[in-house]
Design a protein around this ligand. Structure first.
Ligand code: AMP
Ligand code: ZN
Length: 131
């Protein structure tokens, strides 16, 4: 059983923020900023590829709810929603979860570096994506 399944089964404690039939949300133990929330389906899916459409919708509705909660209750002005899909992207816990991360001016949170397309590369990518 994965660590988040153990939390969902109440075998391991968490700082729960929200729960319904399909979804659990609790505070990340090592927050980027205070109030950093993890939102996940109660059923174990490793990633977005695996999750059912119904559970995905249920999770995303809670992500929206949590963002609103951060703004209303913690006075957060904006937030990031991220999900690391598979280990290559930085996923450490193999149970699909969305990070809802409060942001503050000058909090030092660095986003990903950006690059440029080489000659013809964007057309090649689009061709593959649309084939
Ligand atoms: P990810 O890299 O997307 O898999 O992120 C996993 C997140 O889970 C990290 O931000 C961890 O701090 C968080 N985490 C791991 N174990 C726990 C736990 N027992 N309670 C709360 N958050 C946790
Ligand atoms: Zn799990």
């Amino acid at each position: 059983m994965c660590i988040f399944c153990k939390i969902i089964a109440h075998d391991i404690p968490c700082h729960q923020v929200y729960e319904d039939e399909e979804v659990l949300a609790f505070l990340d133990i090592k927050p980027v900023n205070p109030g950093h929330i993890l939102v996940m389906p109660k059923k174990h899916y490793q990633n977005i590829d695996d999750i059912s459409e119904d559970d995905f919708i249920a999770v995303m509705l809670v992500v929206k709810k949590m963002g609103k909660l951060l703004k209303e209750k913690l006075g957060v002005v904006g937030y990031n929603v991220t999900e690391n899909n598979d280990p290559i992207s930085g996923q450490i816990v193999p149970h699909l979860h969305f990070h809802v991360i409060p942001r503050h001016a000058g909090d030092g949170h660095v986003q990903w570096p950006q690059s440029e397309y080489g000659p013809g590369e964007v057309e090649e990518i689009l061709k593959k994506l649309k084939s």
